[in-house]
Design a protein around this ligand. Structure first.
Ligand SMILES: Cc1cc2nc3c(=O)[nH]c(=O)nc-3n(C[C@H](O)[C@H](O)[C@H](O)COP(=O)(O)OP(=O)(O)OC[C@H]3O[C@@H](n4cnc5c(N)ncnc54)[C@H](O)[C@@H]3O)c2cc1C
Ligand code: SF4
Length: 507
């Protein structure tokens, strides 16, 4: 492969063979941060990415288009457990940073204490490990233009949340995001056509190429290659970006090491398919399951105008494990949450302009597992226990209370078996809602674990420097290495960890 090159889909034919110092599998939060750090350290890097390269002017505006062009499995990956909840991740150059809300939260100090206490990682919130990660986060904040959304881009839904917060005392704040001059188009989940959001396809991947690296896109790694215990590359096939038809084979050889950053679901699958059958591979999968509550307001809210997520509260993070946020979704997604048919549904759709959707994400205690299906895809076994469901329901109650504090007339919870909408004097209906997960519409968007780091090699996959136990030249550098969920938006922690791992590898 020539320096600075990009090889996209190759139809069936002769195998594409490339070689560099390091091969990085995945170009999302972890993969891009690792790749650019390696490249800045003077190494040559080839990024292998299953999804296509898409320029922002090619992003679809509709939800359907985003699912088709950017999502893993058209967004159809679901949990196998008591409830079938979607597990949302992107499959595109830039990974999930292309379709996320760009919220930037520094790793809380208590997480470092927990990592030290429970997994033998680092030296606590006051230690050097935490200091190093926070320094990476300082750098990320400068390079990725982290800023609070300005009032001009907030939009009414976020303004109403600020109003409700002032009345309810949720100690919330305007969100800081990886966005330069956000104009509040509310399109983050379909990709930012305005190029304001700093997804990794716009910065760290192009920089890696400028520094002499290369990328294979539409190229799904299927196996890591070993010489004895040493990782020496990966092999796989190109996939057509539209039809997903299988194309030519490829091999990316690594002179110094292989980084696995294919996400919390795909990294364990890649390891398993490569013969790493230790029981820790795929174990300790965790998430922040979340759901939205609609508030119906007398005034038009027009949640599709204004920044996708502009307000958050972490007041209930330690006591309850909840993070509350605003989240605007396009009309077609909102409609999928409205019950009924015919004239009733049409009347409810007409209320779209008056709906604000706010959400909670739960730091669930439940752990799941990622297995490999017979077709070689991730099978996510996950379902909340009763205690988590109680806290999940409590999160919905708190969001509903916030809506009423902001002046909502009614709330729509989407909980099966409850009335379609509830008034302020009916909050006890939510407080006593069933605890069966099947009654709730939820999604998993913040994922953790599957290849967790830890000191004890009998229960973890890699150490705190990302080095896979029992192998050489093989590193984990994505959400899959995080040993627990962290109760805040994870991208900043994932990127800082990936930079730390890459720096360690270069020594
Ligand atoms: C809708 C949504 C909104 C979110 N909003 C925020 C937010 O505002 N702030 C925040 O902090 N977090 C947010 N998150 C979470 C955050 O985006 C993820 O935690 C983060 O991107 C995970 O990083 P990663 O590197 O582990 O995986 P990803 O970013 O998902 O990257 C993994 C990459 O690996 C590729 N890949 C997978 N398998 C293979 C293979 N076999 N071969 C080659 N490539 C492969 C994938 O195509 C993908 O590009 C959001 C998530 C979602 C779904
Ligand atoms: S709200 Fe719009 S302009 Fe702002 S980052 Fe998201 S997609 Fe881009």
């Amino acid at each position: 492969m020539k320096p600075n090159s990009h090889t996209a889909f190759q139809p069936r034919g002769s195998e594409v063979i490339v070689e560099a110092d390091y091969v990085v599998v995945g170009s999302g939060a972890g993969g891009a941060a690792a790749a650019v750090t390696l490249a800045r350290g003077g190494a040559t890097v080839i990024v292998v990415e299953a999804g296509p390269w898409r320029d922002p002017h090619d992003y679809a505006h509709s939800t359907y288009g985003a699912l088709r062009d950017m999502m893993d499995d058209w967004g159809a990956t679901i949990t196998r457990g008591p409830a079938l909840w979607p597990v949302v991740q992107a499959r595109v150059v830039g990974g999930t940073t292309v379709i996320n809300s760009a919220i930037c939260v520094r790793t809380p100090s208590d997480i470092f204490d927990e990592w030290q206490r429970n997994f033998g990682i680092g030296d606590g919130g006051g230690g050097q490990f935490a200091e190093r990660l926070w320094r990476w986060q300082d750098q990320l904040e400068t390079e990725l233009c982290v800023a609070e959304t300005g009032p001009e881009a907030m939009g009414r839904s976020n303004e109403l949340a600020l109003k409700g917060d002032a009345a309810a005392g949720y100690d919330g704040h305007v969100i800081r995001r990886y966005a330069k001059g956000c104009i509040g188009s509310g399109q983050c989940l379909q990709g930012c056509t305005e190029m304001k959001k700093q997804s990794t396809n716009l910065n760290y991947i192009p920089e890696t190429l400028r520094r002499g690296g290369g990328i294979l896109s539409c190229a799904a790694a299927e196996r890591i290659l070993f010489e004895g215990a040493r990782a020496i590359g990966v092999t796989g096939h190109f996939n057509h970006p539209q039809t997903r038809a299988r194309g030519a084979a490829f091999t990316a050889r690594a002179r110094r090491g292989v980084f696995v950053a294919a996400s919390a679901t795909w990294s364990p699958v890649l390891l398993r398919k490569s013969g790493l059958t230790h029981k820790a591979v795929g174990a300790n999968f965790r998430a922040h399951p979340g759901t939205g509550v609609f508030g119906l307001y007398d005034e038009p809210v027009d949640m599709n105008r204004g920044v996708t997520q502009g307000w958050a509260s972490t007041r209930f993070r330690k006591d309850g494990g909840l993070k509350l946020e605003t989240l605007s979704i396009p009309m077609e997604m909102a409609i999928s949450r409205l019950a009924g048919g015919g004239r009733v549904l049409m009347e409810r759709i007409q209320q779209y302009r008056h709906i604000a959707m706010w959400v909670h994400a739960l730091r669930a205690r439940t752990a799941g597992r990622v297995d490999v299906s017979f077709t070689g895809r991730p099978v996510v076994r996950y379902g909340l226990d009763v205690e988590d469901m109680r806290r999940f329901r409590d999160g919905m109650l708190r969001v509903a209370q916030l809506h009423f504090a902001a002046g909502a007339r009614e709330v729509v919870t989407g909980i099966h078996g409850l009335p379609y909408s509830l008034r302020p004097d009916q909050l006890d209906v939510i407080a006593n809602a069933p605890l069966d997960p099947r009654s709730y519409v939820a999604i998993l968007s913040h994922l953790f674990g599957g290849c967790v780091m830890g000191k004890d090699a009998s229960v973890s996959v890699c150490d705190a420097e990302g080095r896979v136990h029992g192998r050489t030249g093989l590193y984990i550098a994505d959400a899959s290495m995080l040993p627990d969920n962290i109760g805040v938006n994870p991208q900043h922690t994932i990127m800082a960890m990936a930079m730390e791992v890459a720096t360690g590898a270069l020594k």
